[in-house]
Design a protein around this ligand. Structure first.
Ligand SMILES: Nc1ncnc2c1ncn2[C@@H]1O[C@H](COP(=O)(O)OP(=O)(O)OP(=O)(O)O)[C@@H](O)[C@H]1O
Ligand SMILES: [Mg+2]
Length: 405
């Protein structure tokens, strides 16, 4: 598939925009925009005017750098309103001579999505995990296969409807049409892990400013997706409260001295900070590190709890892949390893071409991942129009409407 794709990452600390050109299955980054923003708390829009203005600015940056007029976008959804579950759909294969058709798959997916959805929530993703035909397990691509009964195990992600409506309101205010909403963790995973890791079993945690977006892959497909309402801002906040300094000073101290390994800090080593206009404060590296470590441990304890509660009991041989801006915190992989007992690696978006120096940072995993998501064929529930049938498609189709500016 060829074309231009645009993705907007609405994060708790920044809005990022990337434009990608896709040719011969390769992604080239040709446009970029980013703007720090308040008005988003824990992944949710709390100030529509601020967010709209920031989107308008990053859109302009992206259009200027890419030279394209951008009319359509992919956008992420995050927030602790997001929940996920797995369900099975079963149908009879309609034509025994032809074998499984696309129509059978649609009917099976439709059966799988028949779960009670609470008022004010809607399906965000309906993704096939694996198919079964009669007693044959682990069928990846059932089209044309013969049998009597087709079963699909599907992963379902449910989101609060107002969260998506608010995003749509902000983008439409700047004349950007949302083509697809993508859960942040699924997007980030596309940005940083390989198909081989998904097949082995891998956890991905995008630890941002306000949220930690988690997805667990087993046998190549998502098994559990979740947003935890906790991220790097809480670490900065703990430091600020502990030292009685403003949040910005806590953030600055974290970026300059933050390390989650108190045992690595020499006893008695200190540094000084001078909060605006205030007296100099002397801070012990080890004490600071203990504060940071406690919060980071909490994040991984919560991730561990989510995995347990998902009912998953297997192994995660490919370990955990940490991304998002907070993955740059020193010592984070050691804490992860200690709490979860699986290998951890820090990842930034992989295999990049184009404006690499701008986006070679774990904070851009979500935006780059959305472009990769657009490149792969996947089952799209008819969002954001809603209420329609699902269909297998490549979202790239919709980007052909974009014109060089
Ligand atoms: N070197 C670093 N050490 C520690 N923390 C860092 C470092 N660099 C960035 N961060 C933290 O990363 C966070 C921003 O990450 P990111 O841009 O991924 O968040 P976001 O996408 O805006 O928010 P979210 O995804 O949580 O809604 C901030 O809390 C920032 O302090
Ligand atoms: Mg983010």
């Amino acid at each position: 598939m060829e074309g231009i794709a645009f993705a907007l990452d609405i994060g708790s600390s920044k809005i990022a925009a990337v434009v990608g050109e896709i040719a011969d299955g390769e992604l080239q980054i040709i446009g970029f925009g980013s703007k720090e923003v308040s008005g988003i708390r824990r992944g949710m829009i709390t100030d529509v005017a601020q967010v709209t203005s920031a989107i308008s600015q990053v859109l302009e940056q992206a259009e200027e750098t890419s030279g394209y007029k951008l009319t359509n976008t992919l956008v992420n959804v995050s927030g602790d309103h997001i929940s996920s579950l797995n369900n099975t759909g079963v149908v009879a294969i309609s034509d025994r001579d032809k074998g499984v058709t696309m129509d059978d798959i649609h009917r099976a997916m439709d059966a799988a999505r028949a779960v009670p959805i609470p008022h004010n929530r809607d399906l965000l993703h309906l993704l096939p995990r694996t198919f079964r035909i009669d007693d044959q397990e682990d069928v990846k691509s059932p089209i044309g296969m013969h049998g009597f009964r087709l079963e699909v195990d599907a992963h379902i992600v449910i989101s609060a409807l107002p969260a998506m409506q608010n995003i749509k309101g902000c983008t439409e205010a700047v004349e950007l049409q949302v083509d697809e909403f993508i859960m942040s963790s699924l997007a980030s995973a596309e940005g940083v892990v390989s198909e081989a890791e998904k097949d082995m079993g891998v956890l991905v945690a995008d630890i941002g400013a306000g949220t930690t977006d988690v997805v667990l892959y087993t046998n190549g497909a998502p098994f559990m997706t979740k947003t935890l309402p906790i991220g790097g801002q809480l670490i900065s906040n703990d430091i600020a409260i502990g030292l009685r300094v403003p949040f910005e000073v806590g953030e600055d101290i974290k970026l300059r001295h933050g390390d989650a390994r108190p045992e690595h800090m020499p006893e008695g080593a200190t540094f000084t900070v001078s909060p605006f206009g205030g007296e100099k404060i002397t801070v012990g590296h080890r004490e600071l590190s203990e504060v940071v470590e406690a919060r980071v441990e909490e994040i991984f304890n919560l991730i561990s709890k989510e995995v347990k509660e998902s009912g998953f009991t297997g192994l995660i041989p490919a370990g955990i892949v940490l991304t998002g801006g907070s993955a740059r915190l020193k010592g984070i992989s050691e804490v992860s390893q200690k709490v979860l007992g699986i290998p951890a690696r820090i990842a930034e978006p992989r295999n990049l071409n184009g404006l690499v120096e701008k986006i070679n940072d774990p904070a851009f995993a979500t935006s780059i991942g959305m472009l990769r998501w657009a490149m792969t064929e996947h089952y799209v529930y008819a969002q954001p129009q809603r209420g329609g049938f699902g269909f297998l498609k490549n979202t790239m189709d919709v980007f052909r409407r974009m014109l060089p500016g």
